[in-house]
Design a protein around this ligand. Structure first.
Ligand code: FES
Length: 550
């Protein structure tokens, strides 16, 4: 009598009575913990994807968790036979975009001008002594996303990247999108989301090859909600119309002059030098957060003569359009469909995800799978390819209906769990696409240009980096502009955070720049709904069909 237990990529037969944490230890799967299995730190969260009925009922330390999430140290196996599948919040394994490519700022000799400097053994922050040490001085840059977190460690005297790391945001137990996290954080008075993230981050910092006490500043780019939760601010107002961060409201009241945030590492319980500063980049407005602001630095918008757009497609898609004279920004609530959420066989960009799809003339389906493993599902770039191929081969029409009258398309019937795609999946993706396209139409309309007038279209983020441009244009996810104008830049936000970490001048430039951005509020825009309905169809977004400038 034993349970067939699968944790991450390990499998073992285990006897009932043990906790999932103890089993994971025996199987050599590391589980984050700071309380040694006391049910206090809440870092040992796992997501149970099968066999919940083999486990004891949730205990009181788990009352904050919903769905399949459990604290592995509190969760005992009680059944004598069965199959349990679970995974820790993923680290390393997830395909997270850590780097940026082809940015105009790359290779610029940034004048090294960090806030932390050295005078002999004296370590100075903004010129005031905070420590004495002869060791090298370091800083951290972090892109804090709803789904993923990327951290870079830099030597502040040379500007070199010493190490980097990425991990799935462990706050996922509080919901997969920002609205769910806002609700969770508002209801939870114990700041569990912040503490859990700090717990994971502490492990990452401990694994970096330097003494954590030589880290004197952390610069954070992240969406408004993630940033503010990290700084322990009340995020309730970001979830309510007109969707404004507490920092914006305080600015309106004259209580502060910037939306950037500054706090000591000690106050936020970060295991770096206690006098180190944690600096949250300013936000642009509402859901157009510090990650979008970081992109402004990364693409060098303050000096840009050309008219450029940057689009970071995600659960919340951010859009920026402009040049050095005029900048517009918008945020589109696209939902998780393009990240594999709400799709029957959807999954994140993990090993086993189908990321490329072509349908041959004979109807056979060819797939490219991440990692050297069998296909388990389809990630965002695979979904875009699939839609594009179904459209190209006439299997799906522009309204998202299968032409053969069936309600699903089978990709792989042979694997243990068949991988298929349904009309209801198409509907989810149509709505996500509709929101993105409507955002594009509104921002170009308000800015007063046609799509064809654009000089450069940057696609930022991991999803944007791996998109097939042809498929994306065919289904109308991006405008039908010349390929030469499209640049897939990867993680521009982390690049912007690094620039701000290394240069006080650039930091000051950004503080001024964000105040010049015009925020297009889609939710109240008179044409949003019409653009959205049109954008839900799978037609190319013709540059001639761009709205006429006002
Ligand atoms: S190990 Fe700390 S709560 Fe489980």
């Amino acid at each position: 009598m034993s349970i067939d237990l699968h944790i991450n990529d390990r499998q073992s037969a285990v006897a009932p009575g043990s906790s999932l944490f103890a089993c994971a230890e025996q199987m050599g799967v590391p589980v984050p913990t700071s309380c040694r299995k006391q049910g206090k730190c809440k870092e040992c969260v796992v997501e149970v994807t099968a066999g919940m009925d083999c486990l004891a009922a949730p205990t009181s330390p788990e009352r904050h968790l919903k769905g399949g999430f459990r604290l592995s140290c509190c969760c005992n196996i009680i059944a004598e036979t069965g199959v349990v599948r679970c995974h820790t919040m993923r680290r390393g394994e997830m395909k997270i975009e850590r780097h940026a490519f082809e940015l105009p700022t790359a290779g610029n000799k940034l004048f090294l001008d960090p806030a932390v400097t050295r005078d002999g053994e004296r370590i100075l922050l903004d010129g005031a002594e905070i420590a004495r040490s002869s060791a090298p001085i370091h800083g951290l840059a972090m892109d804090l996303g709803t789904t993923t977190v990327v951290v870079r460690l830099l030597n502040l005297e040379t500007g070199e990247i010493v190490a980097d790391a990425s991990f799935e945001n462990p706050q996922r137990f509080g919901g997969s999108d920002v609205m769910a996290r806002i609700q969770f954080d508002t209801d939870d008075k114990s700041r569990l989301l912040q503490r859990t993230l700090v717990g994971y981050l502490s492990h990452v910092i401990a694994e970096f090859p330097v003494d954590p006490l030589t880290i004197y500043e952390l610069v954070i780019a992240g969406n408004s909600t993630m940033r503010d939760i990290f700084f322990r601010l009340n995020v309730h107002s970001i979830g309510q119309s007109p969707y404004r961060s507490l920092t914006e409201l305080e600015m309106d009241d004259g209580k502060r002059t910037t939306t950037s945030l500054s706090e000591s590492a000690k106050k936020l319980a970060l295991p770096i030098h206690p006098q180190a500063r944690v600096y949250g980049l300013p936000i642009i407005s509402g859901h157009v957060g510090a990650d979008a602001a970081a992109c402004l630095l990364a693409i060098g918008l303050a000096d840009e003569e050309r008219t450029v757009a940057i689009m970071d497609i995600g659960t919340n898609t951010e859009l920026i359009l402009g040049n050095k004279n005029k900048i517009f920004a918008a945020s589109c609530p696209a939902g998780p469909a393009f990240e594999g959420g709400a799709i029957a066989c959807g999954m994140p960009g993990l090993p086993g995800a189908i990321e490329k799809i072509t349908i041959a003339d004979d109807g056979s389906v060819r797939t490219g799978v991440i990692g050297d493993v069998a296909a388990q599902g389809i990630c965002g770039s695979g979904l875009v390819d699939l839609l594009g191929e179904l459209l190209r081969t006439g299997r799906m029409n522009a309204l998202g209906r299968f032409e053969n009258g069936e309600d699903q398309f089978m990709l792989d019937a042979k694997s243990n769990a068949p991988i298929y795609f349904t009309e209801s999946d198409i509907n989810e993706l149509a709505q996500a696409k509709g929101a993105n396209v409507a955002g594009l139409q509104v921002i170009f309309n308000d800015f007063g240009i046609h799509f064809e007038d654009l000089d450069v279209f940057y696609l930022a983020g991991g999803f944007g980096r791996h998109l097939n441009i042809e498929s994306s244009k065919r289904i109308g996810l991006i405008p039908n502009i010349d390929d030469e104008k499209i640049v897939q830049v990867g993680n521009a936000a982390i690049e912007g955070a690094c620039i701000a970490l290394l240069s006080r001048a650039k930091r000051a430039e950004l503080e001024k720049l964000v105040k010049r951005v015009t925020h297009c509020r889609l939710e109240t825009h008179e044409n949003f709904f019409n653009f959205f309905v049109e954008g839900c169809q799978f037609n190319p977004v013709e540059i001639a069909a761009a709205p006429h400038p006002a």
